[in-house]
Design a protein around this ligand. Structure first.
Ligand code: G4P
Length: 550
């Protein structure tokens, strides 16, 4: 039977925008998030999101660890409405030691905002997170923050984005002075200048908009402290217009070009303009690759995949929540879906809309939305649920860990609980496991993207399974998954410090003690590609036709 795409499904998918914000800690991600939520009416007091960093421990008990450290460990969802659009902001933790959870959350996003500090440019974690976006060709919009503070030259930041990240950077606006000289924002290419005056709490309030050619120094208040700003800005804007890359939407959507905005999240200058322009750029939910082709967002049958499983979101119930990214169709509470991996039919009764640490019953959802399914039984990361003909979305990639260790249970009487707890945490994706295939009874090697993941796992083993552990760090620094390049067969000769292992899906992997060793090994074996990420190739899937709506 042919099913027409339902106009409600089409309309609702078209008004959704699902995006994440990536940045190095302290660049201003929390401040910008808070300002975006203020515009969306989801928070009405400044500091509400910032307070989240310390308040979360009150609502989640394994988050006690968060309270002790004063950080947020796991990602969450912040849905809000803005001018008729339903926005789903995927909020990732912003501290120095992030985890694989952050990477996986990006797999559910359609677009990312990259926040950069004007004084610091591209920092280490920004670069790592950008690489994950690039892997999935997630388009990135850049917000250069803190222009109200002395920083680097805006032109230098554009050049750094291009040099370090290898994408074209196209300025969409330009700061009228920076630091103490910051007086407003010039919109490109209309060349309208938005000037501000200082309001309470240091906020900048727009007071006048004029075309750049008619800008005269005495419009800049106070004019005396900003000599030459108007002239210098005109020269820079001219330079950017003549020498900069023109904006090209298809290159942006392919992840080859980033539109760049300047502003100040703290003083709230340029943020609303940024949000409006961002929403013009951010695509609505698109088609998702699966083993049968591509599933368009407006396909009438419901489908989605699990990108995150979180235990103990609510300590009173000791529950687990599977986060589903809806990819097509219409979700209704109580509907029956197929859990493709097990072949079982499931009735989805306990569905929630998550907002930070709060949640409420969710009766309906469309492509782009995130559903929190409580106590979902045997769900695993990457599982597909769907209506109609069964298919599987491509598996979530496994990212190279940077920390490796062996965990041992210190109480021999609790070995069974330890093994059960660890197996559960591995299944949840809290930590990766490798086994040394050469040793008959080798202990599993545990591995994580961030050191903090080990703290979380040990904390949960202790609080949920009552097992204390000891940790022995191993010298490995990265994993690579070897793939033979077509038509070649090579035996790999490893550096003495490297180890051949099997990952948790029985795939072959190599652990290296340094990046240099991995690069050397790759140079010595031109017939083998050493992949930083374990994933099914999407190339073939991408070339196929969309799945017909039947
Ligand atoms: P993060 O989530 O990326 O880690 O950064 P966050 O927003 O927490 O901001 C880090 C610091 O930078 C905060 O200061 C924040 O107030 C400041 N900040 C953010 N945006 C701007 C901006 O546009 N201009 C200026 N001048 N500062 C900005 P803090 O002193 O660490 O915290 P707080 O005492 O302000 O809460």
């Amino acid at each position: 039977m042919m099913c027409e795409s339902n106009p409600i499904v089409q309309r609702e998918a078209a008004r959704r925008r699902t995006f994440a914000i990536i940045s190095h800690p302290d660049a201003g991600k929390t401040t910008l998030t808070e300002k975006l939520l203020l515009y969306g009416g989801r928070v009405d007091v400044a500091g509400a999101v910032r307070g989240r960093k310390t308040q979360r421990a009150a609502t989640s008990d394994w988050m006690e660890l968060e309270r002790q450290r004063g950080i947020s460990v796991s990602s969450t969802v912040l849905p809000f409405e803005y001018r008729g659009l339903q926005l789903n902001l995927l909020d990732t933790p912003g501290h120095h030691d992030f985890s694989e959870d952050t990477y996986r959350t990006l797999m559910a996003a359609e677009c990312a905002i990259m926040v950069i500090d004007l004084a610091k440019g591209i920092e280490e974690q920004t670069e790592k997170l950008f690489r994950v976006c690039a892997l999935r060709r997630i388009p990135v919009v850049t917000f250069v923050n803190k222009v109200d503070r002395p920083g680097r030259e805006p032109l230098e930041i554009l050049a750094e984005i291009e040099a370090k990240l290898g994408i074209a950077a196209t300025a969409q606006n330009w700061p009228l002075g920076t630091g103490f000289d910051f007086r407003g924002i010039v919109e490109l290419p209309s060349q309208m200048v938005h000037l501000f005056e200082k309001g309470s709490g240091g906020h900048r309030i727009p007071f006048q908009s004029v075309p750049l050619p008619s800008l005269v120094p005495n419009m800049l208040a106070p004019s005396t402290s900003a000599p030459g700003v108007a002239e210098r800005t005109s020269d820079e804007v001219e330079l950017v217009a003549s020498a900069g890359e023109p904006f090209d939407r298809s290159r942006f959507l392919a992840g080859d070009l980033t539109p760049v905005f300047f502003g100040s999240a703290l003083t709230n200058f340029g943020v609303e303009h940024f949000l409006e322009r961002f929403l013009c750029h951010c695509p609505s939910p698109g088609a998702h690759a699966c083993d049968r082709g591509r599933i368009p967002a407006e396909h009438p049958h419901f489908s989605g995949f699990i990108f995150k499983i979180q235990a103990n979101l609510d300590p009173r119930h000791r529950d687990r929540v599977a986060f589903v990214r809806v990819c097509s169709g219409r979700f209704r509470r109580e509907m029956e879906v197929l859990h493709v991996r097990s072949g079982k039919k499931l009735r989805l009764t306990r569905s929630h809309r998550v907002f930070g640490q709060e949640r409420e019953t969710m009766d309906e959802a469309f492509a782009g939305d995130i559903i929190g399914l409580v106590n979902p039984g045997e769900f695993q990361l990457g599982d597909t649920i769907c209506e109609g003909q069964p298919f599987s979305f491509e598996p979530l990639p496994q990212f190279s860990p940077e920390y490796f260790a062996i965990l041992r249970c210190t109480d021999t009487a609790r070995r069974k609980q330890f093994a059960r707890g660890l197996a559960q945490l591995i299944e949840e994706g809290a930590i990766q496991q490798f086994t040394d295939s050469s040793a008959a009874r080798a202990e599993p090697i545990l591995a994580a993207v961030g050191e903090l993941q080990f703290d979380v796992v040990r904390f949960r083993l202790e609080t949920e399974y009552n097992t204390r552990t000891q940790i022995e760090w191993l010298p490995y620094k990265l994993a690579r998954w070897p793939r033979s390049i077509e038509g070649t067969s090579t035996t790999i000769k490893l550096p003495y410090s490297a180890k051949m292992v099997l990952d948790q899906n029985k795939g072959m992997a190599i652990l290296f003690t340094s990046k240099w060793d991995a690069e050397y090994c790759a140079r010595e074996h031109p017939g083998i590609e050493l992949c930083e990420v374990r994933q099914q190739s999407t190339q073939d899937i991408d070339r196929r036709q969309p799945i017909p709506m039947r």
